[in-house]
Design a protein around this ligand. Structure first.
Ligand SMILES: NC(=O)c1ccc[n+]([C@@H]2O[C@H](COP(=O)([O-])OP(=O)(O)OC[C@H]3O[C@@H](n4cnc5c(N)ncnc54)[C@H](O)[C@@H]3O)[C@@H](O)[C@H]2O)c1
Ligand SMILES: O=C[C@H](O)CS(=O)(=O)O
Length: 488
C-alpha cells in the first residue's frame, strides 16, 4: 500500500539496531494493517530475543560515550531531532493515521505533542542540578550529584504511537542513557520513522534502538531479565504492567508504569452546561475513545441529568466516523477487529442489565473497524462499563445526588489516572480535587496534557511521572559524595 508521503524514505520496515536498519535474526516479518480499510500497509521485520540482546549490548556500549558528553552537547542533538520532526510533521501524521486510524488532525496534533517532549528535554538536559549540603561536622561537606540510571528498555502502546515513544526517549537521552524500545505490533511505523529522523539528526549509533515485533512476550522477557537493563519504562494495560514489574524485581530494575485508566467526569448542577457537554464529548471520543485519560464514566448531578443528556446526544449525533485521511471524518476506526468485539461485549452486558443505548450501540456497517459513537443511559455501578476501561467510543452517563456520593462513585475503582470536574464553586473545586484518588485532575477542562505537566497515575494506573520538571528524575540516580579531610 503506497502512502501519500513527501519523503517515502520515512516508511521503514526494518528494525533500527545500533545505528543500522536490519532484518530480524529470524528473517521473519509481520503485517501492519490500516484499520480504516483492513488493507496491509507493509510487512515489518519481526525481531526476537537475539535481536533484543544485541540491541541492549549496543546501548550499553554507546552509553559509555554519550554520558561523558556535556549536557549541552546532548541538548543540541535533541534539538536538531525536534526540528526534523516538526519539518516532517505531515508525513509522520499520515503514517500514524494509516497504521493507527485516528483522524489526520489528531495525528498532526500528536506529532507536535510528541515533538514537544524532545524539545522540552533538550532544555531540561541542561538543568540536572545537584546539591552541596552543610554537614554537622566542620571538616567535611556532603555533595549530591545525579547520574544516568543506565540502559533503559521501553515498551509502548498503539494508541499514541509517536508521543508514547518520545515521552520516554526524550528524558532517557537527556539524562545520558541509551534506550531499546519495542513499539506495539499494531503501530511500529511511527516509531521507525522517528528513528529515521533521529539518525538524520546525528544521534550516535546504539543510543536509540527500535525492535518491531509480534513476539512481545519474548522481547519483554529479555528486557526484564537482562541484567544490563537498569530500567523498564512501560506504557500499556495494567495486567501487562503488573507482569512486567514482577519480572523486573528479579534484577531490581527501576520501573516507570503508565497503565490503565477509568476516568470519571463529575458534572455538578452549578457547572457551565455547554462547556461541560463540549469538554466531556471531546475527551470521551478523542482517538475514538482509545485514550488512557479518556472520560470512562460520566457522572451528572440528578437535577441537570436530562438537560445534559439532551445536549450531549445532540452533539454526538453530529459526528461522522470514517477514514482518518478523509477531511470530512470527525472520528476514525478503532484499532482492530478484536477491539470491536471487546467493546460490544461491554455494551451488551450493560444492555442486558437495563442500560439503554440512546445513540449507537453497535459497530458501523461500513468496511474497516468502525464502532458507532455510543451513549448509554439507565446505567449502574453493577455494570462492567462502570468498572472496566472501555477503550472505545462508548459514554455511560450515571447520575448522583450529593457531592459526597459523586466522590465515592469516582473513587470506587482500582484505577487512579485522570479525573475531571465541572463546577463554578471554588470551595467545591478544592474539596473534590483533593478527595479524588488520581494523579491528574482537570477542572472545567478536559484537554489537560502537555510536555510541561507531570503525567501519571496512582493506585493501579501506575507509578512515576512523564514530562514536566519531574520527568527526568525517573532516568537519574542520586549519588552522595562525602568530601572529607577538608582542612588537609
Ligand atoms: N497511562 C498512560 O500513559 C497510558 C497511555 C497509553 C495507553 N495506556 C494504556 O494502554 C492500554 C492500551 O494499550 P495496549 O492495548 O497496547 O496495551 P497492552 O498492555 O496490551 O500492550 C502495550 C504494549 O505491551 C506489549 N505487550 C503486551 N503483552 C506483553 C507481555 N506479556 N510482555 C511484554 N510486552 C507485552 C504490547 O505489544 C504493546 O507494545 C490501555 O489500558 C491504556 O489505558 C496507558
Ligand atoms: O493515551 C494516553 C496518552 O498519554 C494520552 S495524552 O496524549 O498524554 O493526553
Amino acid at each position: 500500500m503506497n502512502l501519500p508521503l513527501n519523503d517515502p524514505s520515512l516508511l521503514k520496515n526494518q528494525g533500527y539496531l545500533n545505528g543500522e536498519w536490519v532484518n530480524g535474526d529470524s528473517g521473519d516479518t509481520f503485517p501492519v494493517f490500516n484499520p480504516a480499510t483492513g488493507e496491509e500497509i507493509t510487512r515489518v521485520a519481526n525481531m526476537g530475543t537475539i535481536d533484543t540482546r544485541r540491541a541492549i549490548d549496543a546501548a550499553k556500549a554507546a552509553m559509555k560515550e554519550w554520558q561523558k558528553k556535556s549536557a549541552k552537547e546532548r541538548s543540541t542533538v535533541l534539538r536538531h531531532w525536534y526540528n526534523l520532526i516538526i519539518t516532517n510533521q505531515e508525513d509522520l501524521a499520515v503514517i500514524m493515521t494509516s497504521e493507527q486510524g485516528k483522524v489526520l488532525a489528531e495525528s498532526r496534533g500528536e506529532v507536535a505533542y510528541g515533538a514537544s517532549f524532545i524539545e522540552w528535554f533538550a532544555e531540561e538536559a541542561k538543568r540536572v542540578y545537584g546539591d552541596v549540603i552543610p554537614t554537622p561536622q566542620t571538616d567535611n561537606r556532603a555533595i549530591v550529584i545525579k547520574q544516568p540510571v543506565g540502559v533503559v528498555a521501553a515498551i509502548t502502546p498503539w494508541n499514541f504511537p509517536n508521543a508514547m515513544i518520545t515521552r520516554k526517549v526524550g528524558p532517557a537521552l537527556a539524562a545520558g542513557c541509551a534506550i531499546v524500545i519495542k513499539p506495539a505490533e499494531e503501530t511500529p511505523l511511527s516509531a521507525l520513522a522517528l528513528a529515521k529522523l533521529a539518525q538524520c539528526a546525528g544521534l550516535p549509533a546504539g543510543l536509540l534502538n527500535i525492535l518491531p515485533s509480534k513476539n512481545s512476550r519474548e522481547i519483554g522477557a529479555e528486557m526484564t531479565g537482562n541484567p544490563f537493563v537498569k530500567k523498564l519504562s512501560f506504557t500499556g494495560s495494567t495486567p501487562v504492567g503488573k507482569a512486567l514489574m514482577k519480572r523486573c524485581s528479579d534484577t531490581v530494575k527501576r520501573t516507570s508504569m503508565e497503565l490503565g485508566g477509568n476516568a470519571p467526569v463529575i458534572i455538578f448542577d452549578d457547572a457551565d452546561l455547554d462547556k461541560a457537554v463540549a469538554g466531556a464529548a471531546a475527551s470521551k471520543y478523542r482517538n475514538s475513545g482509545q485514550t488512557c485519560i479518556c472520560i470512562n464514566r460520566i457522572l451528572v448531578q440528578d437535577t441537570i441529568y436530562d438537560a445534559f443528556v439532551e445536549k450531549f446526544a445532540a452533539l454526538v449525533k453530529t459526528y461522522k466516523i470514517g477514514n482518518g485521511l478523509d477531511k470530512s471524518s470527525t472520528h476514525g476506526p478503532v484499532v482492530n477487529k478484536t477491539a470491536i468485539g471487546d467493546i460490544q461485549v461491554l455494551v451488551d452486558e450493560a444492555l442486558e442489565k437495563g442500560a439503554v443505548a440512546i445513540v449507537g450501540g453497535k459497530p458501523s456497517d461500513q468496511d474497516g473497524y468502525f464502532y458507532e459513537p455510543t451513549i448509554l443511559t439507565h446505567v449502574s455501578d453493577s455494570m462492567r462499563v462502570f468498572r472496566e476501561e472501555i477503550f472505545g467510543p462508548v459514554a455511560p452517563i450515571f447520575s448522583f445526588s450529593s457531592e459526597q456520593e459523586a466522590i465515592a462513585m469516582a473513587n470506587d475503582t482500582e484505577f487512579g489516572l485522570a479525573s475531571y470536574i465541572y463546577t463554578r464553586d471554588q470551595g467545591r473545586v478544592w474539596r473534590v480535587s483533593e478527595a479524588i484518588e488520581c494523579g491528574m485532575v482537570g477542572v472545567n477542562e478536559t484537554a489537560i496534557t502537555s510536555e510541561v505537566i507531570p503525567f501519571g497515575g496512582i493506585k493501579e494506573s501506575g507509578q512515576g511521572r512523564e514530562g514536566s520538571k519531574y520527568g527526568l528524575d525517573d532516568y537519574l540516580e542520586i549519588k552522595y559524595i562525602c568530601m572529607g579531610d577538608l582542612h588537609a
